[in-house]
Write a protein that binds this ligand. Structure first.
Ligand code: G3I
Length: 361
């Protein structure tokens, strides 16, 4: 039976308009037959439950294209831990059930970050309290999702944007009280809570040509060696790949970094791929071509050492991207940072994902 894409979209929209999310989710699963899924092994996208609930086209596109998702903010301290006594798992639980009921995996993001910590965390006054709170959080969150969330960004963005020396580390509440040992502590606690989970150190701005990118990559590499020398249970390196469309990918530098990481037994995964296009000029097809070329460059460089296993974009459709708020275009035209446009039509960006990841049916 030839189910037209339009009929799927109309039915998804009508379903979602009248039913609860849970029922719509079940219906959506039936409204995207396996034969119409165009998925690539390991491809996924960051989503919010709010967007999945409010936009049935997004849910349908995620089911059609993705094999995994990652929550944008629902597992971060800012949402999870508004007070020390409470954990707000509701949204993350709903996202995980959406994933599992549609045959998708889910990544966890993130257990430790310098940003979006609630005020009571930023007010922690000594090492004893900081260690107790950090360990308890990781134990509670990781063990709750043991054997269900397969991969965690354990520590996110530990290197400052302008790393003056390889030993530079980004200051945060945790380093203020625990020094650099907060990072090994976080990984060891996560490993104890879920020995099978993939534990990832995640960073951005280490992929393109420029002194700041090279210095940040050198400091990131320095930290990785420190952790491996201390037998910290680190499984993978997360390259966020928030690319700037107006800058060149450092293919040689990225290839060298990735090859070295893999020689150390570490996997390299792409965790937040998108393209900041606010400075790109020209017609839409020209901008899309430049964006696709950036994506091809980074994925080729990372895949040079061995095939890519996991590539997530930070959003799926241009309709839902942080870049539109953070980096609007001066010409007022909509940003186009992601693989699928705001009408859910795949762009040349998606073709680059399909080029580098094997098709699964
Ligand atoms: O709408 C919700 C509200 O209902 C909820 O109560 C509240 C809880 O904090 O969040 C609200 O939504 C916003 C959320 O984005 C979804 O749009 C939050 O206010 C806002 O703080 C949050 O910002 C996100 C930011 O991380 C901080 O969590 C951005 O969307 C997200 O793109 C950004 O993502 C980061 C990665 O985690 C790490 N790498 C860089 C990347 C981009 O900055």
């Amino acid at each position: 039976m030839n189910i037209s894409r339009r009929k799927i979209l109309v039915s998804a929209a009508s379903i979602a308009a009248t039913l609860t999310f849970a029922t719509a989710r079940a219906q959506l699963q039936r409204s995207v037959p396996a034969s119409l899924r165009s998925r690539r092994a390991g491809y996924g996208a960051a989503v919010t439950l709010a967007d999945l609930n409010s936009d049935p086209h997004l849910a349908e596109a995620v089911i059609r294209h993705c094999t995994q998702i990652v929550p944008v903010y629902e597992l971060k301290w800012g949402h999870l831990r508004r007070t020390e006594a409470d954990y707000s798992f509701d949204l993350a639980d709903n996202l995980l059930s959406f994933a599992e009921s549609n045959g998708l995996k889910m990544r966890g993001h993130n257990l430790v970050w310098y940003a979006v910590n609630p005020p009571w965390v930023e007010a922690l006054g000594n090492a004893r309290d900081a260690e107790r709170v950090l360990v308890e959080h990781i134990e509670t969150v990781v063990s709750r999702y043991r054997d269900r969330i397969y991969s965690w960004d354990v520590v996110n963005e530990p290197i400052p944007d302008k790393a003056q020396h390889p030993g530079d580390r980004r200051p945060c509440i945790w380093s203020r009280h625990l020094g650099a040992r907060y990072i090994p502590l976080a990984f060891r606690t996560a490993a104890a809570a879920d020995p099978k989970a993939q534990l990832v150190l995640n960073e951005y701005d280490i992929e393109q040509i420029g002194d700041d990118f090279a210095s940040k990559r050198a400091a990131f590499r320095n930290l990785i060696f420190e952790l491996l020398d201390a037998d910290v249970p680190l499984d993978a390196i997360g390259m966020q790949c928030h690319l700037r469309g107006d800058k060149a990918v450092d293919r040689e530098g990225t290839q060298k970094f990735v090859a070295e990481m893999r020689s150390l037994g570490l996997k390299v995964i792409v965790t937040e791929l998108d393209v900041q296009d606010q400075y790109l000029t020209g017609a839409i097809n020209e901008r899309d071509a430049i964006e696709a070329s950036c994506v091809d460059d980074i994925l080729s460089a990372i895949a040079n050492a061995e095939p890519l296993e996991s590539v997530l974009t930070w959003g799926l459709s241009d309709r839902h991207s942080w870049i539109s708020q953070m980096f609007p275009r001066s010409d007022g035209l909509p940003n186009r940072p992601l693989p699928v446009d705001s009408d859910y039509r795949p762009k040349p960006f998606m073709s680059m994902i399909e080029k580098h990841l094997r098709a699964i049916y």
